[in-house]
Design a protein around this ligand. Structure first.
Ligand code: GDP
Length: 444
């Protein structure tokens, strides 16, 4: 889980304050020391940590905070705002050209996720703008890179322009752009070569491609797992190529957070997207405020809502709401909902976005085993249509039949039916505005 250590330490430092009614200057200094250590341990750039701590301390020590009725909450807000500011305030959209095509050049070290991100970004543009992109394969040093891009192109149904490995990359880009002009592609994404580390020959080649293609966007792809090194790489590329933005990949891994928190401050260039998985749809716009909320365990309801909106249509949502209200939510709806939710990502990731879940110690080891989901589905699929529509029919002999049919032990069948009934009751009560028993899950 990304940012786990940082998240835990920051929350621990701040919860110490939260327990106190009155907060003294010494309390603030102690908390700041904890925060400083947490950031350094997360591999955040030293200069960034220094500025961060200085800014928070100055604001937190102000009389209007310490003398207020809710000093701890105010300090938490100051930390949240500063985290957001460090990562760039607001999301920065892609630069677009006034004329087609918009040219996006992808650069980065080998293994950072460049080729994968070219695919993800073209899918993103197709899904969100109905774009017709052309991909140019200009990494001629790693023969597999061209094949990899072609496989991705086939998978997404996007054309890939390549000239094999024997032509100069600048010439490939020149001819690729000519083809895009002929075919009236609205976006051109150039996959360039990477190296294990920054070297002069590579930089010269990239600078030559830049001079020829005049890209609207030079996106540097960096691996967030490499922490401080990612920040140094970003600095190097930026000095030479004047990049326009960063894509931070592998945020689904257990990255400590250093890159996400340092890159903007060190390079002055925004993180525009984050990669959160190997699949083609695992690319998200980077929202600094949402990321700050996530780091502080305040959940990420906005991202959850975005994902839900993408996967649900309004009519369906209304139908489900009506069923919950009328208490007629049945096992068919249950399966539908389960499929919709699994389209949104892994259950563990989704739950962590819910405020209250994210920083609830009882939920720390919360884990949904995909096997359990498969079992639940098998149980429902072994029910007759009548049973699915009317769960009250499920007497012991029917349950035994379902257990035999699904291959799931009877104990688990009983447990799942019980949970279904409880959840149904809870949803119905929530719908009626009765949140009793739920307060522990909300907010703090
Ligand atoms: P390139 O050398 O920069 O073109 O890197 P690739 O696109 O070949 O990616 C290197 C490896 O990282 C591949 O195995 C990708 O599947 C993987 N990868 C890329 N982005 C992500 C991501 O956001 N999350 C995860 N988990 N893996 C990624």
């Amino acid at each position: 889980m990304a940012f786990e250590g940082l998240s835990e330490r920051l929350q621990k430092a701040l919860s110490g304050l939260r327990r106190k009614g009155k907060v003294s200057e010494q309390d603030v200094r102690d908390t700041m020391r904890e925060i400083r250590l947490a950031l350094l341990e997360a591999d955040v750039n030293f200069g960034v940590v220094k500025d961060f701590v200085k800014n928070v301390r100055e604001k937190a020590l102000g009389a209007e905070v310490l003398d207020s009725l809710t000093p701890a909450q105010q300090i938490i807000k100051i930390v949240n705002d500063e985290l957001t500011k460090t990562m760039g305030e607001a999301a920065v959209p892609l630069n677009k050209s006034a004329h087609i095509p918009t040219v996006i050049m992808m650069v980065g070290l080998q293994g950072a996720g460049k080729t994968t991100t070219v695919g993800k970004l073209s899918k993103y543009l197709m899904d969100n703008e109905k774009a017709r992109p052309l991909l140019i394969a200009a990494d001629v040093y790693r023969p597999a890179a061209i094949d990899q891009l072609k496989v991705i192109g086939d998978q997404l149904n996007v054309p890939v322009f390549d000239m094999g490995t024997d032509t100069d990359p600048v010439e490939i880009v020149r001819q690729g752009l000519a083809q895009a002009a002929l075919q009236k592609n609205d976006y051109v994404l150039i996959d360039t070569a990477g190296r294990l580390q920054i070297d002069e020959q590579l930089m010269t080649e990239l600078a030559n491609i830049k001079d020829l293609a005049h890209p609207d966007e030079i996106l540097l792809v960096v691996d967030s797992m490499t922490g401080q090194a990612a920040t140094d790489v970003a600095k190097g590329f930026n000095e030479r190529l004047d990049i326009t933005g960063v894509v931070l990949t592998k945020l689904d891994g257990d990255t400590r957070g250093g890159a996400a928190l340092s890159i903007r401050a060190v390079t002055g260039k925004p993180i525009k997207f984050v990669g959160q998985g190997e699949k083609m749809d695992a690319l998200d716009v980077f929202y600094p405020d949402r990321m700050a909320n996530r780091i502080l365990g305040m959940g990420d309801m906005m991202t959850l809502i975005d994902k839900a909106q993408k996967n649900y249509d309004e009519k369906q949502a209304q139908e489900v709401a009506d069923k919950i209200k009328e208490n007629t939510f049945d096992f068919n709806d249950f399966i539908d909902q389960m499929d919709q939710v699994s389209n949104m990502g892994s259950m563990d990731e989704i739950m962590k976005m819910i405020p209250g879940f994210a920083n609830n110690p009882a939920m720390k080891n919360f884990h949904v085993d995909p096997k359990d989901i498969a079992h639940q589905k098998a149980i429902v699929y072994s029910m007759t249509p009548q049973e699915r529509e009317n769960p009250d029919l499920l007497n012991p002999s029917r349950r035994r039949r379902i257990s035999a049919g699904s291959g799931v032990p009877i104990v688990k069948v009983n447990q799942m039916i019980k949970q279904f009934n409880q959840a149904k009751k809870m949803m119905n009560q929530m719908y009626k505005g009765n949140f009793s028993g739920m307060e522990g899950m909300m907010g703090n």
